[in-house]
Design a protein around this ligand. Structure first.
Ligand SMILES: Cc1ncc(COP(=O)(O)O)c(C=O)c1O
Length: 404
């Protein structure tokens, strides 16, 4: 743990002990305790400063502790904390309106996380299928997808859906390769309720789904009378240079899910539908206690205000160019995948991504290794050129330390 001081090591050791004794050991945590954030910088419990190129896994797209978001949360928390969905609440209605009018034009259901947004999408496309007379509706999903951890979202996530541990999983999910348009067309048939995909797969290591695949999914679903669902939980909220990734083309889905950055740091998810999806879910068919609560909804509205601007969109594209020009020439980097500020550095054979991420943290920059050959960069969309420059410099030092 070179570069990380004794005091931090002691504090982290204490937290690790509590975790070891009391927490279900579900996360591989790095030995750092972050205690403060501002914009594109984070500080640990010893006062060490880091450049944040991860945004809490694409959550703090507006930067850490953005003053407008903090003020909205504080104001609402001091005013009214929510009275359930049995009464009206302006923030929830304004957020619903904003989501719909900025995307697919139909209706939206608010919830509390990405996996819940996808559960809502799965329920509503199945319902749509049943209303079309399909007895056992199927959802075609892509190999290497990630849609979440609840049972149906997990069943839609081929590589994690372990029947041996969690079975019986909900049936009706049909996996197909992520890069074979003909196989996708063949997988869609009379029992298909929907094709569900991430326009750029995030958790598998930033793999953009090709325009041919997206066009095949759109054509096949239209021909079959089925729906096309885009999981924009990671790609949305400005991450790829447009508010929603589908707005970068080439096709428009019928259903879109959002979460992560949507809540401006608080847990907010949403499932939005367009005209081909009808009314979606109706009275008694879905619900959630916390969904659309005013504190979270105000935070989401503030996040949208910050992110949905020409200035931020331009910054995303300029900073993408900066990352590509600063990192693409490094001998340890074989290529850069992705769009906007959702980028995956493909490392050359023999350079271990987990070791690079560790070395980067030691040098004061937060990045992520979603697989052994990829470093994922998800910086705040508001990051300044100088902060990004610092982050890239530290990352290059880490790459040199690991790759030699
Ligand atoms: C594309 C995608 N879908 C769904 C999810 C699940 O979201 P959550 O962790 O908020 O349940 C994630 C989380 O990483 C994601 O990246």
């Amino acid at each position: 743990m070179s570069g990380v001081g004794r005091e931090t090591a002691e504090r982290v050791g204490e937290l690790r002990e509590i975790e070891g004794r009391y927490a279900m050991p579900t996360y591989p945590r790095a030995p750092v305790e972050f205690v403060r954030g501002e914009g594109s910088r984070l500080w640990d419990s010893e006062g060490r400063e880091y450049v944040d190129l991860f945004s809490g896994l694409s959550v703090h797209n507006a930067g850490n502790c953005h003053p407008r978001i903090v003020a909205a949360i504080a104001d609402q928390a001091a005013t009214l904390g929510g009275t359930s969905n049995l009464f009206y609440s302006e923030p929830a209605m304004r957020l619903t309106e904003r989501l719909v009018t900025s995307s697919l034009g139909g209706r939206a259901f608010l919830c509390n996380s990405g996996t819940e947004a996808n559960e809502c999408a799965i329920k509503l496309v199945r319902k749509h299928g049943h209303l079309r007379g399909i007895e056992r509706p199927e959802i075609v999903v892509l190999d290497y997808a990630f849609h979440g951890r609840t049972l149906a979202a997990l069943a839609a996530t081929p590589r994690l859906a372990r029947e041996d541990l969690f079975g019986p999983l909900p049936a009706g999910f049909v996996p197909t390769p992520r890069d074979d348009p003909d196989a996708l067309r063949a997988a869609v048939g009379p029992n298909t309720a929907a094709v569900m995909l991430e326009p750029i797969q995030g958790e598998s290591g930033v793999h953009p789904i090709s325009a041919e695949m997206l066009a095949a999914a759109r054509e096949a679903t239209e021909e079959a009378g089925a729906l096309l669902v885009f999981d924009e939980i990671q790609t949305g909220m400005g991450r790829t240079g447009t508010l929603w990734a589908f707005q970068g083309g080439p096709v428009v889905p019928d259903v879109m899910t959002s979460a992560k950055a949507l809540g401006g740091g608080l847990p907010v998810g949403a499932c939005v539908i367009g005209p081909r999806a009808g009314d979606g879910l109706t009275l008694g068919e879905h619900g959630s206690t916390f969904a659309g609560g005013p504190i979270c909804a105000r935070s989401a509205l503030a996040a949208l205000e910050v992110i949905d601007s020409e200035e931020v969109r331009a910054n995303v594209l300029d900073r993408e160019t900066q990352i590509r020009s600063e990192l693409a020439g490094d001998p340890a980097v074989g290529g850069i995948r992705g769009r906007g500020l959702m980028l995956g550095l493909e490392l050359r054979d023999g350079v271990d991504a987990a070791a690079v991420a560790r070395a980067a943290l030691e040098r004061g920059v937060v990045v992520n290794a979603p697989n052994p050959a990829t470093i994922r960069l998800l910086p705040p969309l508001t990051i300044a050129p100088s902060d990004l420059g610092d982050g890239c410099e530290r990352l290059l030092a880490a790459l040199r330390a690991v790759a030699g």
